[in-house]
Design a protein around this ligand. Structure first.
Ligand code: CA
Length: 226
């Protein structure tokens, strides 16, 4: 059971999703406009947010950016379009996952539960150190050779997942399943985009990798270069 905040301007869809999620045992709040939702989310601190992108007063991605400046709440974006560019745009803005419309209350419930499980699954092992990289899993901070590295949420999740399996090849399928909680498929560019952001922040390139080694068509291996 979780407290879920739905942001959806279509009243019929909003009520359908709210009643499906309540039926699944969640506590549901809902709003139809971006500004009211932003205030509501800040006030009620829900466990998770479901965000429709097409809102009357503000683009959902702009709302997501504003929300990210004040809150780390997990956000699942409901998008009508299953295209790479759109998905990269919402992930870049700080979404934790997405669900393509139309979807059922049951599907949404399953997606929310998977995401919440991942958020809660950080164990007692809090510090991962590989070479010059230090990852604090609880504080969600990263330092490289003693200098702080600012990562977005997915870059952090990706790095933490790879660093926990240092020396092992992690497949793209596994990264989709474990980091994005999405089945492997259409949004193939997502991993490449995040890897390239991560590489840049770690001061390396695909041509001259230190920590992040890509095995074409197979996956990624995190290596201790020291
Ligand atoms: Ca809408």
């Amino acid at each position: 059971m979780a407290s879920v905040y739905i942001v959806e301007d279509d009243q019929q869809i909003r009520e359908l999703l709210a009643s499906a999620l309540e039926h699944a045992g969640h506590i549901v709040s809902a709003e139809g406009t971006a500004m009211a939702a932003l205030q509501g989310i800040v006030d009620t601190t829900p466990d998770i947010v479901v965000l429709d992108l097409g809102l009357p007063d503000l683009d959902g991605v702009d709302l997501l950016r504003m929300l990210r400046s004040v809150s780390d709440v997990p956000v699942v974006v409901a998008t009508a379009r299953d295209d790479d560019r759109e998905i990269v745009r919402v992930l870049e803005a700080g979404a934790d996952g997405y669900i393509v419309k139309p979807f059922s209350g049951v599907e949404l419930d399953a997606r929310l539960r998977a995401l919440l499980r991942r958020v809660e699954s950080v164990g007692p092992e809090r510090l991962l150190v590989v070479g010059g990289i230090e990852i604090d899993l609880r504080a969600r901070t990263v330092a490289l050779d003693g200098e702080d590295v600012v990562l977005n949420r997915k870059e952090f999740d990706l790095l933490a997942h790879l660093a926990a399996k240092v020396g092992e090849v992690v497949t793209r399928q596994e990264l989709f399943a474990e980091v994005w909680r999405q089945p492997y498929g259409g949004a193939d560019k997502t991993i490449d985009v995040h890897l390239s952001w991560l590489r840049r922040k770690l001061g390396e390139t695909a041509v001259e990798p230190r920590y992040l080694h890509t095995l074409r068509g197979v996956g990624v291996k995190f290596v201790d270069p020291t």
